[in-house]
Design a protein around this ligand. Structure first.
Ligand code: HEM
Length: 198
């Protein structure tokens, strides 16, 4: 669970890095996007990414079922105990993010793979000119932030990579990471929307 999570964390960092270039330059984004589409190492990584997602989802479901069974009566003492909201809602935010990803792949990856897109930037620009689309995306980015705010720290702890001495550093990095992801992706959606109005 944690290894697949760490892999997905790295994917998002690269994905944000490629996509944020569209804020500055259409050509830079198209060049970066073309490189991602044609480089065989990246293309092979996509299969590993797909497997990473599947492993992460399957383990997430198994873990939730096991936790609920182990707890017996759900939240018997106090609803949710003292655990933060992000950790108690991992399965819910995870399912909603999965729905977002399916929608996202249908809108971007599928037309690109089918060769229906001449200009990747124009495809993204056309999608983000729709305010409903932008709102759905921003809601997904907030959920992603919620999921990552717990997931990042938890991935380090359960993979055994963390010593308690490093907990504050990992917590700090986790916060920086989830803020970077949610705000970075939101910035792209908002900039592209306002650009479509001019
Ligand atoms: C403003 C935000 C985003 C934009 C503009 C965007 C754009 C794109 C585009 C154009 C593609 C097609 C292929 C490529 O260029 O890689 C893609 C693929 C993909 N996106 Fe996003 N994306 C955004 C946010 C996200 C988020 C938040 C996630 C995950 C939660 C995500 C997950 C994926 C996945 C799994 C793929 C397929 C793998 C790949 O092609 O690399 N994207 N995205």
């Amino acid at each position: 669970m944690s290894l697949s999570g760490l892999f997905l964390i790295s994917f998002l960092l690269v994905h944000l890095g490629v996509n944020i270039t569209m804020i500055w330059s259409k050509d830079l984004f198209n060049a970066a996007s073309h490189f991602m589409e044609t480089n065989w190492i990246i293309q092979s990584m996509q299969w590993i990414l797909a497997i990473g997602f599947i492993v992460h989802i399957v383990y997430g479901i198994i873990l939730t079922i096991q936790n609920r069974r182990a707890r017996g009566v759900q939240y018997a003492v106090k609803k949710g105990g003292s655990a933060p909201l992000s950790s108690r809602t991992m399965i819910h935010s995870g399912i909603l993010i999965l729905l977002f990803i399916l929608l996202h792949l249908r809108d971007f990856l599928v037309p690109m793979k089918l060769g229906l897109v001449d200009d990747n930037y124009e495809l993204v620009a056309a999608k983000f000119s729709n305010p409903v689309f932008v709102i759905i995306y921003i809601v997904a980015f907030i959920l992603l932030g919620l999921h990552l705010s717990h997931g990042f720290q938890s991935a380090f702890q359960s993979s055994g990579a963390a010593h308690s001495k490093y907990t504050p550093i990992i917590k700090g990095l986790g916060k920086a990471y989830f803020l970077l992801m949610s705000l970075g992706f939101t910035a792209i959606a908002v900039v592209m929307y306002f650009r479509s109005l001019t």
